[in-house]
Design a protein around this ligand. Sequence first.
Ligand code: KIV
Length: 272
Amino acid sequence: MSIAKKEYKRITTKTLVDMKKNGENISMLTAYDYTMAKIVDGSGIDVILVGDSASNVMAGHETTLPITLDQMIYHASSVIRAVERCLVVVDIPFGSYQSDPKEALRSAIRIMKESGAHAVKVEGGKEIKESIKRILNAGIPVMGHLGLTPQSIYKFGTYTVRAKEEEEANQLREDAKMLEKAGCFAIVIEKIPAKLAEEIAKSVTIPIIGIGAGGGVDGQVLVTHDMIGMTHEFNPRFLRRYLDLYSDMTNAFSQYIKDVKSGEFPNEKEQY
Ligand code: KIV
């Protein structure tokens, strides 16, 4: 687990690279709304990711593919209004950067201008190299995302561990180097063998932030709703639940319903 070695008033992309240099693990969680972002930022997190996992968690879609650029901007601006310290990174959603570099840049500019976010994240390696360069050339910081990239789920066909075969592992090694050379400030690596993730983290100077990629990388990210147990059907091995809010909230709602039905709520003190 991360032990803060230094007080940081405001986290920037440069802070994250410094953290890696200093051997300080980077903590990252998702948020999609003002109230959650306020709590997560206030807890001292380094990075909030406005992930396109909002498509699953907030909207109930089976995949991350349906969420739109407008919806991501709405979530990101709600988060930005809450944040005082951490770096806010926003996923560019599926269909808003894959077709050509100009479209990628337009989407990134909309996110930065309309939400006030600090950086964007894109999924993929060599196939989106030109788009990444275009966004970076406009002065917008880019976080990469390799390994299991949920926007490509229909290509993979399954959410199982990626890069177990040497060919895919080699491609991942090359893509990580390419993202570093292009100028990305960090890379999320999702669901790959821990040994490979550690090797990649050691081979680049930018931070590798893992999800299901073991402890040998430079930081960890989880979907907040999963780690606080608001969701309870998703149980991958890498997920540590710090709370069981699904049960706690169900109990609270049941008690409220009981109190309303019985007339126990509101009592004398809870009225004017
Ligand atoms: O969308 C998301 O929440 C993500 C994380 C799982 C890394 O990309």
